[in-house]
Design a binder for this molecule. Structure first.
Ligand code: ZN
Length: 167
C-alpha cells in the first residue's frame, strides 16, 4: 500500500537543522513512531509531498526551506517585558535564565513559549518566535506502516490507536 490521502502513516524520523550534517533537533524511533493521517493538514505540506506514494520499508530524506516550514524570524515577536512580570516577592523565578524557554500565555490566554534573550535591570528581553523560525529543516527516516484510515478517523481528521489520539 502506498502513502496517499486517507491513509494512516507511521514513520520514524530525524529532524536536523539546515542539512544532513546539521544539529539533531528531534529524533523519533520505532519504539514510539510518529503516526498521522495523511492529507489532514497535520504536518507541513512539504512533508506530505515528500512522503506521498512511498511504501512500508521505504527510506526518505528531504529538506524543507524555512519559508515553507516555520517562516522567517519576526522581529516584532522579540520584545522587552517588564522584569516585574517575572518576579515573585521581588525575586526572579528560578527558571528565568538566558537561554531557557519559559511557558507563558498570550493576550488571549493561549499557551506559548518564549526564549529568554537578556535579563536587564528593568526588563527581560524575550523571543516568541518558533524555535525553528528562519531555519531550514532536514528530515530523514523510514516508513513503518501504511494503512487505510477508518471512517471514524476520517471524520475526526486524525489517527487513532497507538501513536494517535486516544479518546
Ligand atoms: Zn478522534
Amino acid at each position: 500500500m502506498n502513502i496517499g490521502n486517507q491513509k494512516v502513516v507511521s514513520i520514524t524520523y530525524k529532524l536536523q537543522e539546515g542539512n544532513k550534517s546539521g544539529e539533531v533537533v528531534q529524533e523519533v524511533d520505532n519504539k514510539e513512531p510518529f503516526v498521522f493521517l495523511f492529507g489532514a493538514q497535520q504536518v507541513l505540506p512539504d512533508f506530505e509531498m515528500n512522503l506521498k506514494d512511498k511504501a512500508v520499508g521505504d527510506l526518505f530524506e528531504f529538506g524543507v526551506q524555512s519559508d515553507s516550514a516555520y517562516g522567517p524570524v519576526d522581529e516584532n515577536a522579540i520584545v522587552n517585558l517588564p522584569r516585574t512580570m517575572f518576579e515573585a516577592d521581588g525575586k526572579l523565578g528560578e527558571i528565568v535564565k538566558v537561554g531557557n524557554f519559559l511557558p507563558m500565555k498570550d493576550q488571549e490566554g493561549n499557551p506559548l513559549q518564549g526564549l529568554v534573550l537578556e535579563i536587564a535591570d528593568e526588563h527581560v528581553r524575550m523571543d516568541f518566535n518558533h524555535p525553528m523560525a528562519g531555519k531550514d529543516l532536514f528530515f530523514s527516516g523510514e516508513v513503518l506502516d501504511v494503512r487505510e484510515a477508518t471512517a471514524e478517523e476520517l471524520e475526526h481528521g486524525h489517527a487513532h490507536g497507538p501513536g494517535g489520539h486516544h479518546h
